[in-house]
Design a protein around this ligand. Structure first.
Ligand code: ADP
Length: 570
């Protein structure tokens, strides 16, 4: 009944533990892992990292265009301020002043003033006029702008006056001796000129300047700015990233079909080859050009893939840790529970074991006291039983005391030079009668040539007694006990052999644990505390040795203490 309740108690507790672990830890942990996993999957599936990078790039390009335009506007504005007034009647003066503007601003290709009443003044950089293309450009522009302004000048002037900055742009491809080029021209109304007058002026940015100075400088500045921003963002967010991947930018003639085949006008260092990750067609100042951005040596797709891989890896490792932690918790809690269970068993076992010898001692002492026993033989037998039972009590109590000292870390050993053969022989002699009484065939083999060793006599005797007692307790049909003391190399071996019930392989490693008793029915019906073997192990280890068991269920067991001859002499 008791055992049934115990079993039930243990099952109940185990179930509760599983439930707690399951509900409080496993379920949330599994859910968390699953949700994260799904999240990562969706990031991977929808290429979210890539999309995020693209969005960032688009933003960078928008900001870049704004900066580029700002710079161009500022430059045009400056030139506009130094333009000659259209009111002077001296045309030669005005031309001179226009030439001065060109000379002071070598980044200009052409400048012009159109006055509806006075006609067109169109000047170009004089030293470039020997380039045939440039010269042609000069002629065509002077002619066509004049025609254009004559027809639409009024409308253009009105339009310009409505703008916050009275500047408009006309950009497009042109030609130079070294190939395709891009030029943009700013038109404006002049300051301090009445709004009613149709006077238009303008300045064209030199294609060579745009290509070799303006864009390279601008792109470098923009990339540097973006990189410092990214670094700051990374530092602020506390990420120990090695920094964002280096970027590269390009400007190229926008293909009306949206392709990128055209030769770039300008690139930053490290552009290499290939398509921009994200591009943006420029408007206003540089309509007809496009701005492109990409990572140096990598792509948003590769970065996204790597990020997802890393995240999966981290998630995997964390999940493994979590599972490992759970298993460890489960193991240690079940161990604690098993120990609690064993302890409960131990208390009842010990009480039983104490009660039997006490009852016997009392019974025989009372019988003797009554004086009813007349024969000396009988009396002696009763005395012997009383002595034997009190010895059993003492042994049990000694075991418990030793055990509690060991548990408290207070067990001390008293090593003395000892003739161990003698010690074994004497210990066995005290048990010989009992052994034979119980019908055991007893074989003892002691090598007398073993040198003296330093051991704690009492402890070694107790270990031996525990092993012998176990052999006696756990033998059923074939009653045999063998004790052998011999020397093997530099080791001392003490063997206790029986042909009893044996121990299964699985339980062989556990029997040395405190309170552990095997599940064999004979063990269940035999008194015991489960302390004996744990003491034997402790004693042997304290002597620098070890204890081993070889056993076959139903055939018997062999316990071997192996002590070093040398270190036992310490
Ligand atoms: P106790 O004998 O008090 O139960 P021990 O620590 O001495 O405690 O032994 C632990 C368990 O090991 C025993 O309960 C028994 O199941 C098993 N055992 C020990 N010695 C033998 C043996 N010689 N043969 C079979 N089983 C044994």
């Amino acid at each position: 009944m008791r055992s049934k309740r115990n079993k039930f108690w243990s099952h109940d507790n185990r179930f509760r533990l599983m439930l707690t672990l399951g509900l409080a830890v496993l379920l949330p942990a599994a859910a968390l892992i699953y949700i994260n996993f799904e999240h990562l999957e969706s990031i991977k599936r929808d290429k979210k990292v890539e999309a995020l990078i693209h969005r960032d790039f688009q933003y960078v390009l928008a900001v870049s265009e704004k900066k580029i335009n700002q710079k161009a506007y500022a430059m045009a504005e400056e030139v506009r301020e130094v333009f000659p007034s259209p009111d002077s009647d001296n045309e030669a003066d005005k031309l001179k002043q226009l030439d001065l503007v060109l000379a002071k601003n070598p980044w200009l290709a052409h400048v012009f003033i159109f006055d509806h009443d006075k006609g067109m003044l169109f000047r170009s950089q004089p030293q470039q006029l020997n380039d045939a293309y440039f010269c042609k450009e000069h002629d065509i522009m002077a002619e066509s702008y004049k025609g254009w302004f004559s027809m639409e000048g009024k409308m253009l002037v009105e339009g310009l006056h409505k703008k916050t900055r009275p500047i408009s742009w006309y950009g497009g491809p042109t030609k130079r001796a070294d190939g395709e080029a891009f030029m943009t021209t700013a038109f404006f109304v002049l300051p301090r000129v009445s709004k009613d007058r149709v006077v238009l002026a303008g300045a064209s940015f030199d294609p060579d300047y745009i290509k070799k100075t303006f864009f390279p400088g601008m792109l470098d500045e923009l990339i540097t700015k973006k990189l410092t921003e990214d670094k700051d963002a990374a530092a602020n967010s506390g990420m120990f990233d090695s920094g964002p991947a280096p970027l590269a930018m390009t400007v190229y003639p926008a293909d009306p079909d949206g392709g990128h085949e055209n030769k770039p006008l300008a690139t930053t260092a490290g552009w290499g080859k290939g398509e921009p990750e994200v591009s943006r067609n420029l408007d206003d100042v540089f309509r007809g050009l496009a701005l492109g951005i990409k990572f140096q040596g990598t792509s948003a797709e590769a970065i996204g893939r790597r990020w997802v891989m890393q995240s999966f890896l981290i998630l995997g490792v964390l999940s493994l840790f979590m599972i490992g932690g759970l298993l460890l918790t489960y193991r240690s809690v079940s161990k604690e529970m098993a120990l609690a269970h064993l302890k409960a068993d131990f208390v009842s076992n010990v009480s039983h074991e104490l009660r039997t010898p006490l009852a016997l001692i009392r019974l025989y002492a009372e019988t003797l006291e009554l004086g009813r026993i007349t024969t000396e033989e009988k009396k002696e037998e009763y005395y012997r039983i009383i002595r034997k039972e009190s010895e059993r009590l003492t042994a049990l109590i000694n075991n418990i005391l030793d055990f509690s000292r060991i548990e408290a870390g207070r067990k001390e050993y008293d090593f003395r030079e000892t003739d161990i053969a003698d010690l074994v022989r004497n210990t066995l002699d005290a048990y010989r009668y009992q052994i034979e009484q119980q019908g055991f065939a007893f074989e003892q083999s002691i090598d007398p040539s073993i040198p003296r060793v330093r051991v704690d006599r009492e402890a070694i005797a107790r270990a031996l007694v525990n092993l012998v007692n176990n052999a006696l307790k756990y033998s059923a049909n074939e009653k045999f006990l063998g004790v052998k003391l011999y020397r093997a190399n530099d080791r001392l071996k003490l063997e206790v052999v029986d042909r009893g019930i044996g121990i299964t392989r699985r339980e062989q490693s556990k029997i040395f644990e405190k309170f552990y008793r095997t599940g064999d029915p004979l063990v269940h019906n035999t008194k015991g505390s489960g302390l004996g073997l744990s003491l034997v192990r402790h004693i042997t280890q304290a002597h620098g040795g070890e204890v081993q068991v070889e056993s076959t269920p139903g055939k018997g067991s062999k316990f071997t203490l192996s002590l070093p001859l040398a270190s036992a002499t310490q």
